[in-house]
Design a protein around this ligand. Structure first.
Ligand code: PLP
Length: 385
């Protein structure tokens, strides 16, 4: 099925192949195409609610973008945040279990930067407690789980993004639902009234405003960890609600880009391989989860916290795309959900882009500059002799 600008409709012929493949790879009974992964998350949360739920909760990883949390509010949930493994940034079952309450209805596992992990124990725990496990594969299109299965094949539902900066960037998102009853609940939501959307001519401007607000707070949190911003943020977030539920405008663009996923992932792995080679021996740790999953969304290194911003800024001045803006999400929404490992991870991660703008030569150039900047910073720390 597809959410079009006119409402819910059957999957158009151009997307039949995409739908069949997604359903085949994940064992889903229902696939729904929409304009964003955010829309898919909103539907997934509502499909996971029980009939007279008063105050449902969803457990989210502390390292992620804030979209899963914002969509949780839109669906009437209170988001809670679970700590991550500080070596990978991936949420752990132990920390999810520690955050569970009788009101927990869903857990989101984010395949961060394209990394995957064995999800069977988490799925088993969720099943026992009748909690929906939602795989967020927005950064992991085409990735494989450790057992060789496809992302999305273990959770009850999975969401995908095809929007700019993701693996394919033609626009759109998707939800797949494995259990038929939950699939019907998601479709029922789409047949009813949907939350109001921001008018198209405002959406881009509103999205930039949100991004600037978020980035501004990350910059503050990094320097002033004691800053209390959640009352302000929770008050302002509602004004952005119109951004999350969007129709799929161009199904034919998705059908066209879909055929290129394997090639795009192959090119990304070549660039990641080159980074791994060129960055050897530097004062950092290199994440290598992309090797096992086959999907590298960002090439991530963990540097010492004192050098994170300076190193990022230095290679950005050299003309490379680099980011370090995934801040522990609980600091925006629920500062009481302490996640110390997420804090350590967020202060060390530097993400180098391996998108269509990069080439093997530019990777070598960027890596060489990183080595030199790190040396310069180390020398200046030692001070004049
Ligand atoms: C980008 C992203 C989303 C949102 O995707 P949209 O298609 O922009 O709604 C959700 N979750 C994660 C982990 C993402 O990286």
């Amino acid at each position: 099925m597809i959410l079009t600008p006119e409402g819910l409709a059957t999957t158009p012929d151009v997307l039949r192949g995409v739908e069949d493949q997604l359903r085949g790879e994940t064992g889903a009974s229902v696939a729904i195409f929409a304009g964003r992964a955010a829309t898919a998350l909103y539907l997934a949360y509502l499909a996971a609610r029980r009939p007279d739920d008063e105050a449902p909760e969803v457990i989210l990883p502390a390292i992620s973008c804030a979209t899963p949390a914002n969509c949780a509010y839109l669906a009437g949930y209170r988001p809670r945040f679970a700590d991550v493994d500080c070596r990978t940034g991936l949420v752990t079952l132990e920390s999810v279990m520690a955050r569970a309450t009788p009101r927990t209805r869903a857990v989101v596992f984010v395949h961060l930067y394209g990394q995957t992990t064995d999800l069977r124990a988490m799925a088993e725990w969720c099943r026992r407690l009748r909690i929906a496990l939602i795989e967020d594969a927005a950064q992991a299109l085409g990735a494989r789980l450790p057992d060789g299965g496809h992302v999305g094949s273990v959770g009850d539902m999975a969401v995908y993004s095809f929007n700019p900066t993701k693996i394919i960037e033609c626009g759109g998102g998707a939800l797949v639902v494995r259990a038929p009853e939950a699939g019907e609940r998601a479709l029922a939501v789409l047949r009813g009234p949907l939350p109001p959307s921001a008018p198209p001519e405002q959406a881009a401007q509103l999205a930039r405003s949100y991004r600037d607000l978020h980035h501004g707070l990350v910059g503050l949190f990094r320097l002033r960890p004691e800053a209390v911003a959640s009352p302000l943020f929770l008050n302002l977030r509602q004004y952005y609600d119109g951004l999350y539920v969007r129709p799929l405008a161009r199904p034919e663009a998705l059908a066209a880009d879909w055929g290129q996923v394997a090639e795009v992932l192959g090119r990304r792995r070549e660039l990641a391989e080159r980074y791994a080679e060129e960055l050897k021996g530097g004062p950092w740790e290199l994440l290598d989860g992309w090797r096992a999953s086959g999907a590298c969304w960002r090439y991530t290194l963990l540097v010492t916290p004192e050098r994170q911003v300076e190193l990022s800024e230095a290679v950005r001045r050299d003309g490379f795309h680099v980011s370090n803006l995934y801040w522990p999400v609980q600091q925006f929404f629920a500062p009481g959900d302490s996640c110390p490992e997420a804090d350590r991870f967020a202060r060390r991660a530097v993400n180098l882009w391996v998108d269509g703008q990069m080439t093997a030569d530019r990777v070598r150039d960027c890596a060489g500059r990183l080595h030199r900047h790190a040396e310069t910073l180390a020398n200046s720390e030692r001070g004049p002799r």
